[in-house]
Design a protein around this ligand. Structure first.
Ligand code: ADP
Ligand code: GLC
Length: 490
């Protein structure tokens, strides 16, 4: 593999662990740049300085070289400054765009009427910062709609600046279900050429200005976060209306599976779990299980399997499959520990389940990082019946922790979980194809059946724990894609 070790990468992203995280994108932004740096890249991450980010706790300080720069968005002028830190455990630099007017809100993502302006501001602030730093990256790695306008900016509104002549862009699609669709007025607010807002033109999609479409059209390379998802987004079933645009770029679309941060998600030294363990020494897992049951105030039930769920509650996650078969599932020897939040229907369903089955189910509504580690370590099985799943990190965390995943075979779940069959002894989990409650039920029943055979179960667990989900391989693939992008730009 030919590598350009000196690649300068600007990593533009709307969330990054440990500063701010709402889902897997935060995990990826907090770990891929580390791996890229270890492979020799110079990486600068750009992130909004949301009100919730505690600068003192994270050792973030003012970056005096860029301060008081003004940006005019549709007549609204606001200034920004930069703050800086090093990504913990890494040489990667993190620059925080500070503009309280736009970024001090209750949540990183809002339904506020100026949501378009917030992320237009962020992206222009990145471009202005790069100029002021006099740092021309070889590639700008954009992530999802919140940073998907940068490729268009490079080629239109900032094309006058020779500094970016050789800067290539790569857009990673983490979830095509969120596209950043706004009214046509946003085109001018973004400083982009309004004449490109028309049917079949780069900015228009179904009567809206679609940030994601602009990114797909203008970036040199498009990546999706798993090989299967790279195919799926080009189909009408899972392309969320952008499949046609994606098909026009099919030669430039690649699937790169996310990795996991082995320093954070590793049962050998996970600070959030009471008992450390490994594939060679699974006893600690049993102890975590007992501790989790106690924490969840669930009695230990002989021969019962503990199924964990940690998830955003969004239609994508497939929990609508549960209600039609939940009473049948509860006839089986199972207990559930659930952590999640999101749509009220799913929250209400799980709350109702807890009151219908006391001693069998506990449910935590909310976001709790420590508990997510605890559930991953203490459960026997982990359930992800997703309707679609671009990559999914929780099934990889579960595999790493000897917690056997039960998943629907879609996207990254299809690429990481191999269904167990008695005849080939290769499976590391259980999966089903059909998006139906019945398929979910029979797969849970099948897993519970195998669970009774402790010897076989241990083998399945160990196979999962030995999988290599480290970032190195995927970071190398990104570097290869960066080089492809750079070549296309020159
Ligand atoms: P998505 O990004 O679609 O939500 P992923 O599986 O890629 O799905 O990543 C989800 C990440 O968010 C994981 O790190 C998971 O542990 C975390 N997570 C999801 N819900 C919660 C929650 N309620 N509390 C703590 N962590 C959560
Ligand atoms: C998105 C997807 C999830 C993926 C994550 C990180 O949030 O829903 O499947 O793992 O991004 O790429």
């Amino acid at each position: 593999m030919s590598k350009q070790k000196t690649c300068k990468v600007c990593f533009a992203v709307s969330e990054c662990f440990p500063y701010v995280k709402t889902g897997g994108l935060g995990d990826v932004a907090g770990s891929l740049p580390k791996a890229l740096t270890e492979e020799g890249c110079e990486v600068r991450i750009f992130l909004p300085l949301y009100g919730g980010i505690k600068v003192i706790d994270h050792g973030i300080s003012r970056y005096e070289e860029v301060a008081g720069a003004e940006i005019n968005i549709g007549g609204n002028v606001h200034s920004f400054g930069l703050w800086h830190s090093k990504l913990p455990g890494s040489e990667a630099d993190v620059y925080f765009v500070d503009c309280p007017h736009y970024f001090h809100r209750d949540h990183p993502y809002t339904n506020d009427p100026d949501e378009d302006e917030r992320f237009i501001f962020f992206q222009i602030a990145i471009m202005e910062s790069l100029q002021r730093m006099n740092w021309a990256p070889d590639v700008i790695h954009c992530n999802d709609w919140q940073t998907a306008l940068i490729p268009a900016m490079i080629k239109t509104s900032y094309s006058w600046d020779r500094m970016f002549d050789k800067t290539a862009t790569l857009l990673s699609i983490h979830n095509i279900g969120y596209q950043g669709m706004f009214s046509s007025e946003s085109v001018a607010k973004a400083g982009l050429p309004v004449e490109y807002y028309a049917p079949y033109m780069p900015f228009e999609h179904n009567g809206t200005f679609c940030f994601m479409k602009a990114g797909i059209v203008y970036s040199e390379i498009v990546s999706a976060v798993s090989p299967t998802y790279a195919h799926e987004i080009q189909t009408s079933e899972l392309g969320a209306g952008l499949e046609g645009v994606l098909q026009t770029r099919s030669n430039d679309i690649y699937g790169v599976l996310n990795g996991i941060d082995e320093n954070i998600w590793n049962p050998k030294h996970d600070a959030f779990i009471p008992h450390k363990y490994s594939a060679a020494q699974l006893k600690g897992k049993e102890k975590n299980r007992a501790a989790l049951l106690e924490e969840a105030e669930l009695p230990a039930m002989a021969d019962s399997a503990l199924i964990g769920i940690v998830s955003r509650f969004a239609p994508q996650k497939g929990f609508e499959l549960l209600p039609p078969v939940i009473n049948e599932i509860m006839q089986l020897p199972v207990q559930f520990v659930v952590l999640g939040s999101g749509d009220s229907q799913t929250e209400d369903f799980f709350k109702g389940l807890k009151s219908s089955y006391p001693g069998r189910v506990n449910v935590y509504i909310g976001y709790n990082n420590k508990l997510s580690h605890y559930i991953t370590a203490g459960s026997d099985m982990f359930l992800m019946p997703s309707h679609y799943e671009p990559c999914g990190l929780n099934q990889m965390y579960s595999l790493r922790y000897g917690t056997v995943p039960i998943v629907r075979k879609t996207g990254g779940l299809a690429d990481t979980v191999r269904d167990y069959h008695e005849y080939d002894q290769k499976g590391n989990g259980f999966s089903f194809n059909d998006y139906t409650p019945q398929a979910l039920y029979s797969t849970v029943a099948r897993a519970l059946d195998i669970f009774r055979d402790k010897k076989v179960w241990k083998k399945i667990q160990k196979r999962g724990m030995k999988e290599d989900f480290s970032w190195k391989h995927s970071a190398d693939m990104y570097i290869e894609l960066y080089n492809k992008a750079i070549q296309k730009r020159s």
